[in-house]
Design a protein around this ligand. Structure first.
Ligand SMILES: Cc1cc2nc3c(=O)[nH]c(=O)nc-3n(C[C@H](O)[C@H](O)[C@H](O)COP(=O)(O)OP(=O)(O)OC[C@H]3O[C@@H](n4cnc5c(N)ncnc54)[C@H](O)[C@@H]3O)c2cc1C
Length: 275
């Protein structure tokens, strides 16, 4: 019996279609790279949808004393100064632009009385700093980024005759292995969950945006997708994992009432492996 493997070639393959993956894919496509987005769930079902509080950005709309330096200090202090300081600096400096960018893509954040983007308090932040859309910020974020991708595909259709010519979404497709050529990344291998058929992506650049590992814990509020696939893929491909002790449990793991307790059991674990 021969095993059929569907093959694709892309400049950039983004594994994960949450906030991180979608934004990375947009950037790759805007840089002229032929880009694939792979998601093991349906497009639009990512942990990002669960984010409620908002996105931290020192816009100074509610308290004019706020600025990127205070945000940077709060971030470093919250991380007990173990953070990658350059990443924290970039985050604090660029966050306001990213919020504005989301509005240019079609998001609509809540407003202050004088029409500015509203910002609210959140743990660890000196000033009100979270841009939000009610309590469904993550949902709006995903909806907006997906809408941006569809609009890029419409541009591509008008120019090339095909929606998928420059950016294509492979939903319900699980990546199980990264491929190397010597010590260089060369692609990814996986399967379509609906048919079980294998698929191989050849690419000189892979972005791992598969989210966290919170589902490995007995009591957790994290989504069923948080099974640390990206960590495992990277580790097996020879990468070093760092700072694995920094894990976000948000908001908390609930133990009562029982119906709110999301706990691990062998049968549910099997379901996780299958989903
Ligand atoms: C209840 C709750 C509230 C939160 N509130 C906030 C908040 O207010 N503000 C805030 O900043 N953060 C908040 N967070 C944290 C925030 O939601 C996450 O940090 C963020 O969404 C992570 O985004 P991501 O793109 O990295 O991952 P995700 O959104 O989880 O996306 C991961 C993607 O990878 C795909 N994937 C995984 N494995 C594979 C594989 N093997 N093959 C193919 N695809 C794969 C998944 O299908 C998915 O598309 C909250 C979290 C929770 C649980």
């Amino acid at each position: 019996m021969t095993t059929r493997i569907e093959r694709h070639h892309y400049d950039v393959v983004v594994i994960g279609a949450g906030g991180a993956g979608l934004r990375a894919a947009i950037e790759a496509r805007l840089a002229g790279k032929k880009t694939a987005i792979i998601s093991k769930s349906l497009f639009g079902k990512a942990h990002t949808v669960m984010a409620e509080g908002g996105a931290a950005a020192a816009m100074g709309n509610v308290n004019s004393r706020d600025n990127w330096m205070v945000h940077y200090r709060d971030t470093m202090r919250g991380g007990k100064f173990l953070n990658n300081f350059r990443m924290a600096e970039l985050h604090a400096k660029e966050a306001p632009d990213r919020i504005w960018e989301l509005e240019t893509y079609g998001a609509l954040f809540d407003r202050t009385k004088d029409g500015k983007i509203s910002q609210r308090n959140f743990g660890g932040h000196e000033y009100p700093r979270l841009a939000h859309v009610g309590d469904r910020t993550g949902l709006e974020l995903i909806r907006t980024l997906q809408q941006k991708i569809v609009s890029l595909q419409q541009e591509d259709k008008a120019e090339t005759g095909s929606y998928d010519s420059r950016i294509r979404v492979f939903a319900e497709t699980t990546v199980t292995e990264l491929l190397l050529d010597g010590d260089k990344i060369a692609g990814a291998f996986g399967y379509y969950r609906e048919s079980g058929e294998f698929v191989l992506f050849e690419a000189p650049a892979i972005v791992l945006a598969t989210g966290g590992v919170g589902r490995s814990y007995k009591v957790t509020s994290n989504s069923w997708e948080y099974t640390g696939d990206g960590h495992a893929l990277a580790l097996r491909a020879g990468s070093t994992l760092i700072n694995m002790e920094f894990l976000q449990f948000h908001p908390t793991g609930m133990v009562w009432p029982p119906r709110s307790r999301a706990s691990w059991s062998p049968s549910r674990s099997a379901a996780t492996a299958a989903c």
